[in-house]
Ligand binder design. Structure first.
Ligand SMILES: Cc1ncc(COP(=O)(O)O)c(C=O)c1O
Length: 364
């Protein structure tokens, strides 16, 4: 079958080893074999990030948003406020979720593509003692901006708040020092930089937070972080999990442990550096200052006379899938991610093909 190179920020191209893992034997999730598989995944996750002493992985079936909802709806004590730092679609999603649960929510906005100003965050934390949880997106996939998670985390700790980080597109792509950032709840998914398949996501939760979560009235029956954690600690699941996707995640985590998180981050950094050099040589314009860019996604302005759909279709004809801008950026940008199992040769072919497509669409 012809290979399509996925340059969207997940689901990503996976290795043959991960794909083949889907074909393991049919399995009942109430049997010991599934319990062992789940515990293997939970243990590999915390070991890969070197956080096994202080954090537990809590899995849920569903895309990244499922685990995000599990963290958001379970972490706020009654009557307290969640501060959401927003500079893109995914920060906006966190506040929309918190509001849907009827939580007191305060938002601190900076324009899309710009990092938040630390002194503004400090001012809000000083002014509002009701803030209990601060939520931030690590890598804002809307624009490719890497938020200053460590600096913000230090402020969150200074004011003794809890820190919830959506690192769905950040984990294993860009560095996250859990201790320095003082992360309490970190949300991730199988099918981006972890290089598994879509259908399982997780929260890496600070163990000492569980006693507090137990006191919060049940937020959601399905997405109860505390109860899911309780069940998983006993080797059980509350509901029917996506069994085959767990097999694939387990294989993907073996690959991550072999490559190491640092190794993977370096590979992605090198790939993005190569792509960005090519983009610059083509005269393409970045929408985020290069100093704030993640290792895994570049958002580029569409050149005049080039439509997203036209460019997408021409590239797809050559075996490459690119990604559109979201909401107010949908007409003006395109995005190229470099997550997943993609070779240097494929990135070079993408650059050559993109150059041809752009020169064919620019009137001479
Ligand atoms: C930062 C971030 N948060 C949340 C999500 C939502 O994840 P999913 O589409 O897997 O539900 C994404 C998806 O790209 C993301 O990049």
């Amino acid at each position: 079958m012809k290979r399509t190179v996925l340059l969207n920020p997940g689901p990503v191209n996976v290795t043959e080893r991960v794909r083949q893992a889907l074909l393991k034997p049919d399995l009942c999730h109430r049997e010991k074999e599934f319990s062992d598989l789940m515990q293997s995944i939970r243990s590999k996750l915390v070991r890969a990030f070197g956080i096994q002493n202080d954090y537990d992985a809590v899995l849920t079936t569903g895309s990244g948003t499922a685990a995000l909802e599990m963290a958001v709806c379970s972490c706020l004590s009654e009557g307290e406020t969640m501060l959401v730092i927003r500079n893109g679609v995914y920060g906006e999603r966190i506040s929309a979720m918190a509001e849907a649960y009827g939580f007191n929510t305060q938002c601190l906005d900076t324009p899309w593509g710009e990092p938040p100003v630390l002194s503004n965050i400090e001012q809000v934390l000083k002014q509002n003692p009701k803030i209990e949880v601060v939520a931030l997106v690590h890598h804002e996939t809307t624009t490719g901006l890497l938020n200053p998670v460590h600096e913000i985390g230090e402020l969150v700790r200074k004011y003794k708040k809890r820190f919830l980080v959506d690192s769905i597109s950040g984990l294993a792509g860009d560095a996250l020092d859990f201790n320095r950032a003082g992360v309490d709840f970190c949300v991730g998914t199988a099918n981006k930089c972890l290089q598994g398949l879509p259908g399982v996501s997780f929260v890496l939760a600070r163990k000492t937070e569980m006693a507090r979560l137990n006191k919060i009235p049940e937020p959601s029956h399905y997405f109860n972080l505390y109860k899911n954690h309780q069940a998983q600690e006993k080797g059980d699941t509350l509901f029917t999990p996506a069994v085959q996707i767990h097999y694939a995640l387990d294989a993907a985590l073996d690959e991550l442990l072999e490559e190491t998180v640092t190794g993977r981050i370096n590979r992605y950094r090198q790939a993005s550096a190569m792509l960005r050099k090519g983009f610059r040589e083509m005269g393409l314009e970045f929408i985020v200052s290069e100093t704030h860019l993640s290792n895994t996604l570049t958002a580029l302005k569409l050149p005049e006379d080039v439509t997203y759909q036209g460019l997408h279709d021409r590239l797809k004809g050559q075996g490459f899938v690119i990604y559109a801008g979201q909401k107010k950026l949908s007409e003006s940008i395109f995005r190229i991610a470099n997550m997943g199992d993609i070779t240097t040769e494929e990135f070079q072919r993408l650059l050559d093909t993109l150059k041809n497509c752009l020169s064919a669409s620019t009137p001479s």
